[in-house]
Design a binder for this molecule. Structure first.
Ligand code: IMP
Length: 197
């Protein structure tokens, strides 16, 4: 089966292609559709935003689309940065600025519990959609560690590990991550829906 990934975030797309590649899904990126409209992520929830992205891209391309909306929720910050993870330090802020603001806000707070959340929405091109969820719990380290991954990976240490996501290999992160969990749920559902493909 073919689907279009409704994201322009290359690091996210790499993770998605990596996991779905194993599931025999042919993934096209938005690079193949340069005229596809940008979607404003103004939803209240990850699912609202992911659905909006998936429906827009499916309507534009005429192909099934898969969108990811994801982010980091820090308990001591009442769930921030949450749906605003990509623009925590302002519109157009980069990963380094967002991460620095998080560390400034959390300071030396000893309560450092956090989780990553991922919602994937698949849209079938005829107005139908379906959602898949993944989460991973952990804590925010006091200092950034590691060079792999993206976003908040250098300060997120999953529960039961003494390394951050940025210190893990791609395979290790995929096995543990919110996105890996949601993608495996999607792939299992899709395989049942299209037996023999
Ligand atoms: P959006 O889903 O495009 O709105 O942005 C998600 C944002 O959440 C990213 O830009 C990162 O800041 C953060 N994020 C989501 N998933 C991950 C991850 O796997 N590692 C690190 N940061 C992530």
């Amino acid at each position: 089966m073919r689907l279009v990934l409704a994201t322009r975030n290359r690091k996210k797309a790499t993770e998605i292609v990596r996991v779905l590649g194993d599931a025999q899904v042919e993934v096209l990126t938005l690079d193949a559709f340069p005229d596809c409209p940008e979607v404003e992520e103004d939803g209240e929830t990850f699912e609202d935003n992911a659905r909006k992205k998936a429906l827009t891209v499916a309507a534009h391309t005429g192909l099934p689309a898969l969108a990811d909306d994801s982010g980091l929720e820090v308990m001591a910050l009442a769930g921030e940065p949450g749906v605003r993870s990509a623009r925590y330090a302002g519109e157009g802020a980069d990963d380094a600025a967002n991460l620095q603001l998080l560390m400034d806000r959390l300071g030396e707070n000893s309560h450092r519990a956090a989780r990553f959340v991922c919602v994937l929405v698949w849209a079938d091109g005829a107005g139908g959609s379906r959602s898949f969820f993944g989460t991973v719990s952990g804590e925010i380290t006091h200092h950034a560690k590691g060079n792999n991954g993206f976003g908040y990976d250098p300060v997120f240490q999953p529960t039961g590990f003494d390394r951050t996501f940025a210190e893990m290999t791609a395979d290790e992160k995929d096995r543990l991550s919110h996105r890996g969990e949601a993608l495996r749920a999607f792939a299992a559902w899709y395989k049942n829906m299209t037996p023999g493909q």
